[in-house]
Each structure stands twice: as structure tokens, then as C-alpha cells.
Write a protein that binds this ligand. Sequence first.
Ligand code: N01
Length: 541
Amino acid sequence: MIAPQHGSTPSNESYDTVVVGAGFAGLYMLHRLRGLGLSVRVYEQGGDVGGTWYWNRYPGARCDVESMQYSYSFSEELQQEWEWSERYAPQPEILKYANHVADRFDLRRDIQLNTRVEAAEFHESANRWSVITSDGKAVSATYFILATGCLSNARIPDFKGWDRFQGKTYHTGHWPHDEVDFTGQRVGVVGTGSSAIQSIPIIAGQASHLFVFQRTPNFSVPAHNAPLTPEITRSWKSDYADRRRRAREESRNGILMVISEKGALDDTEEARRREYETGWTRGGISFMASYNNLLFDKPSNDTACAFVRSKIEEIVQDPAVAKLLQPHDHPIGSKRICVDTDYYATFNRPNVTLVDIRSSPIEEILPHGLRTGGKDFELDSIVFGTGFDAMTGSVAKINIKGRDGTTLNQKWAEGPRTYLGLMSASFPNMFIITGPGSPSVLSNMIVSIEQHVDWISDCIGYMRQRGIDCMEATKDAEDDWVTQVNDVASGTLYPQANSWYMGANIPGKPQVFMPYIGGVGVYRQICNDVAGKGYEGFALT
Ligand code: N01
């Protein structure tokens, strides 16, 4: 048993693996490790499984990856038996699916809910991790796996007067479990990212008046959500194995879509307009596949930006409001493109007001509203759709100490450093699922989660077969990978946006492009090659 710290209670609990988080990553990790015969303990801070889909219960929450693709592929029975109801699954249905998976594979008996992992320390002499949980226990494990999710540390900016507000406040990423009804209320929504853009049309339908406080307009394309027809479902299910394979190996982001073989400037203006109209009518993020160079060539990207701006002008009746909603400060797609149902049209409602907080930022929260530009807005409720400390935020909340006592937060002070997004040098036997330096948030998360979980499971199996006790990324391999991640990003338009991919939404956070943008197929091949060469770039002892 490892000596406990921080006043935690010594415990004889010892596992082969501790996994942090019971979202889609943690659930599948547990399933795979059990298959290897390992003992596993999963700690989950939420009151149930589901991760992102447990917390983000805001009105209108649904996935912007189509449901036939946003699901596990590891079990043929599971993918055949589960029935999705809509083109884009709503949050309650995805949460039900996560619960179904937990029950179907009998996962719950190894998951401890309502428990945070507070700290973890690697003890060199024992070659084990000691893990401290919020219920005051210290347990030990050979492998420590972070399945903490990339968008799980919700953030409300530190507005002056915050604690004086006498109405109700909400964060989209921490939505209450009981139904919230805004009927008859004056509601303020702060932020216009994906979460706010999904919830604004629904809240507008309830509130007596909705004020949308916008700092930066975002590009949004219509979802055109609809019930899934039996024909669509049947066609997917009859061909699932091959479609999943193509999504994994051949697609850029783990989502099957037809990417045009042309660049935007290869077409005449008229043909381009037709192409964008087709993408707009089809709906969803595949709008960005209208041409193959929209994320690489600025003049090409400008044409797509101009098209969406023209759509906003067409939909929004008040020209001044339309102008305010038109993004000009970043290439389309360089921030996560939003997918909506009636977002722009919502601004034609008489009970909706768009307030520009770029020219006059929020000065303070008042007991009955908020003040911006010297003007007071009376509000009964405020909804913060102000995003997350993405990719590193949840990991940073755990005090993780590696080989020489260095903390991960110290090591990552200038930005996250990993080899393949999977491990970080000096933190032996610690794996990160969809960590910074992997395709992660730029991809269909479930495709990337499955790839990481499979890779980690195979790796642990390899170690155990060969009597290898310890695995660690070498510093050289890590440095090379960090360089590669930056090089690939700099060949795209992504770094031109002040996005959460860059850490730009968190004051003081180092600005580095965190995910690997080379594509899931290329990345998978790199990971497979590394494994095929006996885990090249890792020290195995
Ligand atoms: O958060 P965001 P989100 N004063 O960071 C504003 C995924 N997701 O929760 O741009 C005023 O995108 C901020 O303004 P600015 C998806 O990957 C997926 O909406 O910083 N405003 C911005 O408008 C997404 O990208 C789905 O100027 C402030 C907003 O708050 C990611 O989650 C659905 C402010 C934050 O937008 C995050 O989306 C939902 C301040 N001090 C989410 N600070 C689907 O699958 C921040 N803001 C559909």
C-alpha cells in the first residue's frame, strides 16, 4: 500500500487501473480493460455516467455529428440494436444511450459516482500511482488513465458584481436536472458559441423577453434536423462495418462526408453560389466540405464567409441586427462551426434583442440585471454560454505529480506537451484519452475515443505479455511530436482565430494550437506504426 497524502484515509484498495471519468471514453476504457482481465476502478464526479451528455442539459442541446455516426462501433450487436430517432440526436437520447451501454456491458459495478479524483502521484520505488479521491481515500494503481473529456471544465468569466445577482443564473455546461421554464421571464444569454446558439431559439420561445449579449458573432449553418427514416437507418445498419472503417481510416475528421475534389476558386462565382446553396440546404458541418481547401486557403475561405454573411442578411429582417450578427474576425471553420435550428430567424422575433458587448463590454452584474454601455438591462435569469477551459482544464484541476515530483501543471505551464496526445514524458503509465496533441475535438469524438482506448488497451496488453512494468514517452519523441502538431496547424487557417482550440478564451492561458489537425486517418496510421515498431518513442522498462 502507498502512503496516503493530503490527510486522506489510507486504503487497501489497489487496482491495476484507475480511470478518471465515466463519459464515453471512460465507459469504453473500462470495458476493454476488463476484457484484458485487469481490475479497474472508474471515478466519476457526476451523479451518473455520460460525461458531457450528463452535464450539458440546456434547452436545445443535441450533437452536431449525425447520430448514425456519433455512436460506438466496437459492438456489432450494440450498433444493430440501438435505434436513433433523429438525424441529430438530442441530449436526453444520447444520455439514455450512455446509460444503456453501462447496463448492457455491466459496467456500473466498477464505477464510483459522485467522486472526484483530486490528486495522483507516481511513486517510483513501487512503480505505482497513488490516487486521492474526494471521499478522502487513497488508492493505488499501476495505470492511471485520464478520460476527463475536453470540454468539461465550465467557465463563467469573473464579472464584477457576480454574487449580487438576485435572480437565477445558469451555465449551459452545468444545467440543472429539473426542468427550467423561462415562461414570462426576462432572460439574458451571455455568449454566442455552439451551446448558446442551440439554446437561444428555445429560450426565446418561452421568455417574455430575451436579451442576447454577443461579444463575437459566430458562423452558423442550419442543421435541418429531421426524424430518421427507417430507410436511412436500414441503409446504415446494412453497411455499418464498411462505413465505420471508412470514417476511421479515410475521413479527415472521423465523419463520413463527401468532400469536393475542387478548390473554391476553381469554380465560377455562379457555380460556387450553387455549391454553397447545396451545402446550406443539406445542412450541418458538411457545409465545410463544399470545397476541399476551405480550411487551408484564405481567399477560398473568404468566399464561404461571404456566402454565410449573405444568408444572414437574407434571413434577418433588421439590417442593423443582421450586420451585427455577421462574423468578420475569423475564417469560417477556424472556430468550431455552429449548427443551429432557426438561430438567425430568432432575431426577427419581437421579444428578442441582440446587444453588442464587443463595443461596450459587460460592466457589472447588478442585483436585478446587468449593465453594459452605461445601460441597465433588467433580468430575471442569466444564462452563461461562456464555454470551457478546454482540453487541459479538467486535467489541470487534478494535482498530478510525475516521476521527479514535477506536477503536470508545472510541465504544461507554457502549453500542453504530449507524445501523440497519449502520454507526457515524466508521467509513466499515465495515459490521456483524446488529449492535446491528438485529433480529439477536431473529430467525431467517439471515433477518436475508440481509437485511443483500443491503442491503450493493446499497449497495456503488450506490456503485460512481455513483463514490461513501466512505459513512458521519451522527451525527444515528445518534442518532435509537439513540433509536428504545430507545423501541421500552421499550414491551415485555424491559428488565425482566437478560439478555445488555441486557449484564447481563458485569460492568461498560453496560446498554442492544442489538437492535432493532420486528420484521423493519418494520425491512426502514425499511432499504429509507432506500436508496430515496439512502441517507438516510448521507454519501456
Ligand atoms: O462555448 P464557446 P460553447 N464576455 O467557447 C462568450 C462543443 N459543443 O459552450 O467568442 C462576453 O464556443 C464567447 O465570446 P468570444 C463545440 O465544440 C458542441 O458554446 O470569446 N462573452 C463565446 O461567444 C463548441 O465549440 C455542441 O468573444 C464571453 C461564448 O461565450 C464547444 O463545445 C454543442 C466572455 C463561448 O463560446 C464550446 O461551445 C455545444 C466574456 N467575458 C457545444 N467569455 C454540439 O455538438 C466568453 N464569452 C452541437
